[in-house]
Design a binder for this molecule. Structure first.
Ligand code: BGC
Length: 464
């Protein structure tokens, strides 16, 4: 890594850390997670002024998120890359070059900062760093150091996800998270990464949505999808000369659960022992599950999908809440949205009110600070994204006004990107991407949320 950059990044980090310690926002932008850590304390001065503007606590983190495989491009050693390319596959298309964020991260971080944000959540690609078991590539760790340093140069607090779904192909071919050795393998990776990168991290999650597989079982997915998935995993195992292949979003979630929980615990300890300064939590997929009728399975769903992870978060430094909408749960499981309900490109109901409920549930179950690490909507009509953000924030503000300790709001996603099996069709981005030219197009929603971030205040009347 370039020496000037290294020292600049370190200076910036020290500036952020000292500003955080003094309880002020560095350069009017990111105050770092320590300042965020106090955010919940100062919740008095809020809905104020004639226009009903809501003022957020000092040091509140405002960000947008990506995940390596969804934006970097050419992530050829990962489990998902292989699953995209075997036959049959549940993936609509290959991730290909994605948004070429691996090369364009500087420009993307500069855009984010220029819009008024102070936080960037992104993930490490484990399969780049450890492409063969136990073989760690320093050059790849240095790549992520440069990404972290670029954040600091732009006054952006980097919030790191150690693992966002994808694993190395060799890990998947050993049974992925179903392999009893998985927790130790994951913790070894996290320890190495934290050792190399820890001084530049401001906040981090070990795992992203480790409960995703459990939740998928509750959706009314067609039986044919599960059959194709089984055949896809067999084809991937054969391609690796193995009898097993398992990925977090395609495998046996019950078999994975104890290993994921232990993986989080061991990773937490490994990261803390290498670099203990920043808050470290786990980011959970949380749908606003609403009970319908007297024999609703809502509580059974909660017990299965969330409770083990809420308990894990309660032993970490924070819980990351990731919410997109609601599910109504009756005695036979999910009740489809009403006819005529507005649907997103993912076929989910437009329901930004969900965020308030999941924040309250997460906070009361864990008694830990909450960071909203994902919230968003897939739509080609950006005015609906603006409306969604405004309504979601209004719910978050009610939580803050009630004294719930919420320290940040990170929108999914910074860029239109690779939406897993759905490919590139769903548009979650605040910024559009022309994948032929890689030219970025800032959407009005990015300016809307960026202006709120810059002001650290939200006027519910404003819509642009
Ligand atoms: C995941 C993202 C995904 C988003 C939208 C979350 O489940 O963390 O990777 O793109 O939701 O579906």
């Amino acid at each position: 890594m370039n020496d000037d950059l290294t020292s600049l990044a370190r200076r910036r980090f020290i500036a952020l850390a000292s500003a955080a310690a003094a309880g002020v926002a560095a350069g009017g932008a990111a105050a770092g997670a320590d300042a965020g850590a106090r955010a919940g304390a100062g919740v008095a001065d809020q809905r104020s002024g004639a226009r009903g503007e809501f003022r957020y606590p000092k040091g509140f983190l405002w960000g947008a998120a990506t995940a390596g495989h969804q934006v970097e491009g050419g992530n050829v050693n990962s489990d998902i890359w292989l699953l995209e390319h075997v036959k049959p596959t549940i993936f609509a298309e290959s991730s290909g070059d994605a948004c070429n964020h691996y090369q364009l991260y500087r420009e993307d971080i500069a855009l984010l900062a220029g819009l008024g944000f102070n936080t960037y959540r992104f993930s490490l690609e484990w399969s780049r760093i450890e492409p063969a078991p136990g073989e760690f590539l320093t050059a790849e760790l240095e790549h992520y150091r440069r990404v972290l340093a670029a954040c600091h140069e732009h006054g952006i607090a980097p919030m790191l996800t150690f693992n966002h779904f994808t694993t190395p192909r060799w890990f998947a071919a050993q049974g992925g998270w179903e392999n009893p050795q998985a927790p130790e393998l994951f913790a070894r990776f996290c320890g190495r990464a934290a050792h190399h990168l820890g001084d530049l991290i401001v906040a981090a999650s070990t795992l992203n949505e480790p409960n995703i597989g459990l939740l998928l079982k509750w959706f009314n997915l067609p039986p044919a999808m599960w059959q194709v998935q089984t055949a896809m995993l067999q084809a991937a195992a054969a391609a690796c000369g193995s009898t097993r292949f398992s990925a977090i979003m395609a495998g046996d979630p019950q078999a994975m659960l104890p290993n994921l929980l232990k993986g989080h615990r061991l990773a937490y300890a490994a990261i803390k022992s290498e670099a203990g300064r920043f808050p470290l939590g786990v980011s959970i997929a949380m749908i606003d599950d609403q009970a319908v009728g007297p024999d609703s399975q809502r509580n059974a769903k909660r017990a299965e999908c969330y409770e083990p992870w809420l308990a894990a978060a309660a032993e970490s430094d924070f819980i990351g809440v990731q919410t997109y909408g609601r599910s109504r749960i009756g005695k036979d499981g999910i009740v489809p949205p009403d006819a005529g309900a507005e649907l997103t490109q993912m076929g989910e109901e437009f329901y930004p009110q969900a965020l308030e409920q999941t924040i309250r549930y997460a906070a009361s179950a864990t008694k830990k600070p909450v960071y909203v690490t994902e919230n968003g909507i897939a739509t080609t009509d950006d005015s609906r994204r603006v409306a969604y953000i405004g309504q979601a924030l209004t719910g978050l503000e009610r939580c803050l006004a009630d004294g719930v300790d919420v320290r940040g709001y990170v929108h999914w996603s910074l860029l239109d990107n690779f939406e897993w099996p759905s490919g590139y069709r769903p548009k979650f981005g605040l910024i559009g991407v022309d994948r032929a030219t890689q030219v970025r197009a800032v959407k009005p929603s990015a300016r809307f949320l960026g202006a709120i971030a810059r002001a650290n205040a939200h006027n519910p009347e404003s819509r642009s």
